[in-house]
Design a protein around this ligand. Sequence first.
Ligand code: 13P
Length: 252
Amino acid sequence: MRKKIVAGNWKMNKTMSEAELLLTEIADALDDVELDNAEVVICPPALYLEMATDVAEEANFYVGAQNVYPEDSGAFTGEISPMMLKNMKVAYCIIGHSERRKYFSESNEFLMCKVDGLLKNNVRPIFCCGEVLPEREAGRHFAVVKQQVEESLFHLGQDPFAKVVIAYEPVWAIGTGVTASKEQAQEMHAFIRQLIGEKYGAEVAGNTTILYGGSCNGKNARELFSQPDVDGGLIGGASLKPDEFMQIITSL
Ligand code: 13P
């Protein structure tokens, strides 16, 4: 049975002391929660990864990075490698987020290299895909997501693919307060699962965790997560507020 996941993407937020407070508040709150076949992942800025993995050692969450460079080491000033993440006990890494596609021009092909670098080091990619508003308005959203998934992931063999988590994040829903409807989320998640089924077979497709992201909050999480192909969420703004983040986790 596939795992349910709620992952918090803190993006570029929080000072060191604020981050420490938020981590310990979430860790304490999770002590009182029974997670059934579910995982919580916290993805703080890279500077706080070590602090997060220290807290996670005694807590019921995993740590994810927000970005990685595909090579294990070398002359890549300012970058962080998959090997370093593994060494730091980072279990997950978000890649393909629309903000990185937009502001850092990350291509499907480059993301394919990141996927390979992460999997080689046993760090699980949380691969983001999703269309921008004009693409949805033109009825191209399925084609866009298909291309993103195929070009960055479908070179993988069945075993490495099984380690990948997918996050559908319609770009028009990110940080806007406009959430995809439960029907819009479900139909895209079902479509992605069908693509995976055609490539890797029904068992792999059934075991793949597909998260929804984009203005998911304490109020709408339960409805979104109740959809059969929505296996949890990738949460931005609401993951910075411990009470609301916990409300989302308990909506699983
Ligand atoms: P918001 O939840 O703030 O819309 O952000 C979603 C997101 O981009 C998570 O990666």
